[in-house]
Write a protein that binds this ligand. Structure first.
Ligand code: F6P
Length: 258
């Protein structure tokens, strides 16, 4: 019976990976919408994937924020070895999240859990463009931006478009625009329609989606039946090297309609 379950999951993982045309899908039983332990399991699965995939030498790992990422960070453990060193950086500056789930916090927690290093990027929200431009000349900020541009690994989540827009306190006008453009998914501060096309982008420094295409190790962590549509939309055009870590509830919901 257990073997059946394992082979069943294996098949589901292959089907989903083939459908999205990505290298790997890892699916854990359950529904992260309803079970906290499923999100904890994402952390264990991510750790395992990182531990197997990250090459020896110096790795720069750019991470996004959000509640999934914050929770996953808490469930990582040591990734540092005598010949493998990891530096965690936030992938993009200030896209409007609460402090404890900001990319800066996630990267600090990940570094602490894995015994790696981290750098923060302090760029306040809502700056005039003049202040913004001069901030970008600051050596301490440039240093982190350079690290980000050299990242060889990215870890991110995927959210529902309108939910994320509201959480970020985007304006009514922007919300309306996103609805008109049929935005259903959000990741990295980019919004996507059901076909996985970018319909809007929050302009922020740090990694841009086109940079991510060239990054060898990409891990997307998102689950829950409620996120199925968002995961589906984003993953359609996701970089092919992406590994998706998700749960059974999201996977079944995505494959149901096919
Ligand atoms: O705001 C950062 C972010 O990673 C978004 O790109 C993503 O849509 C969202 O968080 C996911 O948040 P949560 O894990 O809370 O659903």
């Amino acid at each position: 019976h257990l073997m059946d379950q394992l082979f069943g999951m294996d098949r589901l993982e292959r089907r989903l990976a083939d459908y999205f045309g990505i290298s790997r899908c890892i699916i854990t039983p359950g529904d992260s919408d309803r079970q906290e332990k499923v999100i904890e399991e994402f952390g264990h699965l991510l750790w395992d994937a990182l531990n197997k995939q990250l090459p020896i030498g110096e790795n720069i790992i750019a991470v996004m924020g959000g509640t999934t990422m914050a929770n996953v960070a808490e469930n990582l453990s040591i990734l540092e070895t005598h010949n493998r060193h990891n530096m965690f950086v936030p992938a993009r500056g200030g896209i409007g999240e609460y402090v404890n789930v900001q990319a800066n916090s996630v990267s600090a927690v990940m570094a602490m859990r894995t015994r790696g290093n981290y750098r923060s990027l302090f760029v306040p929200e809502q700056l005039s463009s003049a202040t913004y431009d001069s901030l970008l000349q600051e050596p301490s900020i440039l240093e982190v931006l350079n690290l980000i541009s050299e990242a060889n690994c990215v870890i991110h989540s995927i959210g529902r478009a309108i939910h994320m827009a509201a959480r970020r306190k985007m304006t009514e006008k922007e919300l309306l625009m996103l609805k008109q453009k049929n935005a259903v998914a959000e990741s990295f501060g980019y919004f996507f329609n059901e076909s996985g096309e970018i319909v809007y982008r929050i302009p922020r420094i740090g990694l841009q989606l086109k940079d991510i295409l060239n990054i060898p190790y990409i891990f997307a962590v998102a689950g829950g039946k409620s996120k199925a549509k968002a995961i589906h939309a984003y993953m359609k055009n996701a970089p092919k090297q992406t590994w998706l870590i998700t749960d059974e509830a999201a996977a079944n919901e995505i494959l149901k309609g096919l």
